[in-house]
Design a protein around this ligand. Structure first.
Ligand SMILES: Cc1cc2nc3c(=O)[nH]c(=O)nc-3n(C[C@H](O)[C@H](O)[C@H](O)COP(=O)(O)OP(=O)(O)OC[C@H]3O[C@@H](n4cnc5c(N)ncnc54)[C@H](O)[C@@H]3O)c2cc1C
Length: 446
């Protein structure tokens, strides 16, 4: 077992406390303690509360416990990373049923955030494919928790940000893929309304879709961008050889605060958009190119310097119409706060996780460098989202107030009721649950 004192969220928010690493999660969870994986949640989700500064890092507990190569059912310890899963199971013809935009996440983190991917409109969130969890709950018991056994706890834990107990093991149904290659098409679209409409259109025909948006551009080309869509290539259309794994480089230093400025980011966006010629391109790409372009530069979060950044991610419901997406993007662009990373995805039906993020609509995720006015900008964006019945994604959040969260989350009381049943003293808590749910944070609180 080793300890580490410096803890951060991916947006560089530093946390108080001590991170305990070890291979034996049963032993590490004997006292109810917040768990964390690879720390890819952007804000304070994986940081402990100041009153309980201990957090268990699961990444050394990454054993595969059972694997059925005929059915694709995997059972593993919660610290197994998607990076390892891809290297072990993709060569055997199996892939995660749902993938976020990075493979540096653990199984436990994927369940706790109920992650969604480019296929949400056809496959839902990760939790929908989970068959069982082995969990440590607040009274000390270790339980097998499934969609039919302790059902309330299961659906509160899926997307429940670690607030209902510690996930020790995960059993999940992987999906068979016909080849390890992806057939990708990309299309350049020169304004926002057309881009949103095109994203909806391709989502009706294709299982994997997303778009990148230039949200620094103003005027009639505001929201121009590139729509990506694809599917796993059929074996007969794919090369016989396995796609190469990407070489990784690491961002060596924290960028100085002036490096990301409107000029440098505008030039970057100009380059990405204008180098996309011809307007439509198709071809076979590796899953890493398709799913994880950001992973190619390790520690890319250093580009935002020590002040860090937040990712604002919300979903604008379909019921509000494309006009609401356009209004949101106009407001975002007008703040001048957005950086070069802005991604729009189509979301399908809401899942069963009591706090799961997606609902039918358009998800917008944008990186915002942290400055003095960031909290005010988030409040402004939240007001728009609340006004149209949307919500934000907890695993990205750092600034939303409890009042705003309650206003956008009609399922909150149902979640709190289940949590209270399993953990009345709120012993599993994080910096985020203190901030958003008002959990106790006095020194010595249980
Ligand atoms: C580049 C990038 C792209 C991303 N793209 C997407 C995307 O497309 N879709 C998406 O949904 N998300 C996306 N994310 C977010 C990411 O998938 C989630 O934050 C995920 O939870 C991170 O996993 P982790 O192992 O790093 O968890 P951490 O960040 O360490 O923890 C996240 C939460 O899970 C809890 N937790 C972790 N392990 C356990 C456990 N064993 N038991 C109980 N609770 C636990 C923590 O307490 C915390 O609340 C992206 C993040 C990055 C950095």
């Amino acid at each position: 077992m080793t300890d580490q004192a410096h803890i951060e969220g991916w947006g560089r928010i530093p946390g108080p406390g001590v991170e305990r690493f070890g291979e034996n999660l049963d032993r590490l969870s004997e006292q109810p303690t917040l768990f964390r994986g690879l720390g890819r949640s952007y804000g304070d989700s994986s940081l402990p509360a100041a009153s309980k500064p201990d957090v268990v890092n699961t990444t050394l507990a990454d054993r595969v416990l059972a694997w059925d190569a005929d059915t694709g059912v995997l059972r593993a310890e919660a610290g197994l990373s998607l990076y390892t899963m891809n290297r072990v199971f993709l060569p055997q013809g199996w892939f995660t049923p749902v993938s976020p935009g990075t493979q540096f996440v653990t199984l436990g983190g994927m369940v706790a955030s109920d992650v969604h991917g480019k296929n949400h409109h056809v496959a839902g969130c990760f939790g929908q494919h989970v068959r069982a969890l082995r969990m440590r709950v607040a009274d000390g018991r270790v339980l097998e928790v499934t969609p039919t056994q302790h059902e309330d706890l299961f659906w509160a834990t899926v997307g429940g940000m670690g607030w209902t107990g510690a996930i020790l093991e995960v059993e999940v149904q992987l999906r068979a893929v016909s080849s390890p290659w992806i057939h990708q098409t990309t299309e350049r679209v020169d304004n926002l309304a057309d881009l949103v409409a095109r994203l909806k259109e391709v989502s009706r025909e294709w299982p994997m879709t997303m778009s990148w948006i230039d949200c620094l551009k103003r005027g009639k080309h505001m929201g121009r961008g590139i729509v990506y869509y694809g599917d796993w290539a059929k074996a007969e259309d794919a090369p016989a050889k396995f796609p190469p794994w990407s070489r990784e480089i690491t961002m060596p230093i924290d960028a100085p605060s002036w490096a990301l400025n409107p000029l440098s980011m505008g030039l970057f966006n100009f380059g990405v958009y204008n180098s996309h010629v011809p307007k439509t391109k198709s071809g076979l790409v590796s899953p890493e190119t398709f799913y994880y372009p950001l992973d190619m530069v390790r520690r890319w979060n250093r580009a935002y310097g020590l002040a860090g950044f937040t990712q604002y991610q919300c979903v604008i419901p379909d019921t509000a119409g494309i006009a609401a997406v356009v209004r949101f993007m106009e407001a975002l662009t007008a703040t001048g706060a957005a950086s070069f990373l802005c991604v729009m995805k189509d979301c399908g039906p809401q899942g069963q996780g009591l706090l799961s993020f997606p609902m039918p609509g358009t998800s917008i995720a944008v990186d915002i460098p942290v400055k003095k006015d960031t909290a005010a900008i988030v409040a402004k964006l939240n007001a728009l989202v609340i006004g149209v019945g949307g919500r934000i994604y907890l695993t990205k959040d750092r600034f939303t107030t409890p009042a705003d969260f309650r206003a956008m989350e009609p399922r909150l009381d149902a979640f709190l009721e289940v949590r209270h049943r399993w953990d009345p003293e709120r012993r599993f808590r994080s910096a985020q649950s203190v901030r958003m749910l008002g959990d106790p944070d006095l020194p010595g609180a249980a």
